[in-house]
Ligand binder design. Structure first.
Ligand code: RB5
Length: 145
């Protein structure tokens, strides 16, 4: 599984923690920055990662900003993206099993690194359940038309 990760300035520290986790766990990932702590605009970074997921270069995306909210709003405006803003392990598992989310958003100013690491691991390790959820995801994607 190939993972693309990015943040804005509000998510830089947590992004570095999650990059460390991806590396420790041996995932194939690319860190899309930003490379400095300079203030940047989260839609620019969200769109780069989400477009790389939509075009198939990456299987999953991880977006981090101060709250995770701006990143998740931006992501869900891009056709083909199902992004969940997640700050607990239960939702991380449920949104993979039920919504087949391909992008995860989190807020560095909302949760600590320990919980964020558990959320990311759970989200990456959980498979889509299909069945009745597949029908619902299909209906979700039709809302884009
Ligand atoms: C940046 O200050 C902050 O607005 C951003 O990181 C994010 O929380 C937006 O939703």
């Amino acid at each position: 599984m190939k993972i693309a990760i990015t943040s804005d300035h509000g998510g830089n520290q947590l992004r570095k923690e999650i990059v460390q986790l991806l590396s420790e766990r041996g995932f194939d990932y690319e860190d899309f920055g930003p490379k400095t702590d300079e203030s940047v605009d989260y839609p620019d970074y969200a769109s780069t990662v989400c477009e790389s997921v939509v075009d198939g270069r990456f299987d999953r995306g991880i977006l981090i900003c101060g709250t995770g909210i701006g990143m998740s709003i931006a992501a869900n405006k891009i056709k083909g993206i199902r992004c969940a803003l997640v700050h607990d392990v239960f939702s991380a598992k449920a949104t993979r099993g039920h919504n087949d989310t391909n992008v995860l958003a989190m807020g560095e100013r909302v949760i600590g690194a320990g919980l964020a690491r558990e959320i990311v691991s759970t989200w990456l390790d959980t498979s889509f359940e299909g069945g009745r959820h597949a029908r619902r995801v299909e209906k979700l994607m039709k809302l884009e038309d």
